[in-house]
Ligand binder design. Structure first.
Ligand code: DO4
Ligand code: MG
Length: 286
């Protein structure tokens, strides 16, 4: 059976041995070095020997110190309209601006929609606020399986991404997409990278829950990877065709969950995204 390794910021590695969860803290390597090392692809055999084993009881204390996102110098990119639900929602929001047709066409085209999302300083780790733009009136989180890709353009693992989006800005004019998508704290990433060089099973579930103070859960939705029209390796191929990534990159693979049109996020909400086998990413909204 293949071993499961999860790498948390830190670099704290979580793995299973003889039905036990073990942890090792790697203090002799930076995140960028680890991300682009041979061991990240294999994954991890020799690092586990180099790491300092720590007790499970110490892990929570250590992890609290790492409300960081699992990123150092990697760029964050995102694919769009990769699920039918996204195609329908974008066509609705942009119909008055005459942009609906573009989403329909990109859903069926060979070339996917891929856009630049963020550099590391615009990304929030677990528990750290993500933001809604002050000049936007209609906002949603987008829960997305996110691929970790090394400088050799190879898939090394998976994390959870929140592609925070302004639907009012995007819907006004599709040319405003970069402003709808990229601003300070426009993305959540974490809590770890589940190592793996093969795509996850299509039955992998993605869930989102939006909590609003005493009202409780005001939106929840779910999907699975079988609903995604594009394949992860196809998206990596398009992203890396004419671009190099000296420190590697993250690629969000698009959302299959979008609340109905009358829903907007509010400051004070908390977004909780869960992807099977990876974990849970929670961020308050500012
Ligand atoms: O085309 C606009 C953005 C699409 C997107 O972010 C998504 O489908 O997830
Ligand atoms: Mg998205």
């Amino acid at each position: 059976m293949t071993k499961v390794y999860k790498v948390h910021p830190g670099i704290l590695v979580e793995y299973q041995e003889d039905d036990e969860t073990l942890f090792a803290l790697l203090d002799n390597v930076t995140w960028d070095e680890w991300f682009n090392s041979e061991d990240a692809e294999k994954p991890f055999q020799s690092w586990s020997n180099k790491g300092n084993p720590i007790l499970e009881a110490e892990v929570e204390t250590i992890r609290k110190a790492f409300t960081e996102a699992p990123i150092q110098s990697q760029e964050v990119w995102a694919a769009g309209v990769t699920y039918f639900r996204s195609r329908v929602a974008r066509m609705e929001e942009s119909k008055d601006a005459g942009g609906g047709d573009f989403y329909d066409r990109v859903y069926d085209a060979d070339r996917p929609e891929i856009f630049f999302k963020a550099t590391a300083h615009r990304v929030s780790g677990p528990g750290v606020p993500v933001r809604i733009r002050k000049d936007s009136t209609w906002n949603v989180p987008e829960p997305e399986l996110t691929l970790a890709i090394n400088y050799r353009k190879k898939l090394i693992g998976f994390t959870i991404g929140n592609d925070m989006s302004s639907r009012s800005i995007e819907g006004e004019n599709p040319l405003y997409l970069p402003q709808a998508k990229t601003y300070d704290q426009c993305a959540g990433l974490g809590p770890c990278i589940l190592l793996g060089t093969e795509p996850l099973s299509e039955s992998t579930g993605i869930q989102v829950r939006i909590h609003r103070g005493s009202e409780g859960i005001v939106f929840q939705g779910s999907t699975d990877l079988a609903q995604m029209k594009r394949k992860p390796l196809e998206l990596i191929d398009w992203l890396t065709k004419e671009s190099s990534f000296p420190d590697g990159a993250f690629l969000m693979t698009g959302t299959g969950i979008i609340p109905e049109g009358d829903f907007t996020l509010e400051s004070g909400d908390e977004v909780e995204i869960e992807i099977d086998n990876i974990g849970i990413l929670k961020n308050p909204v500012e």
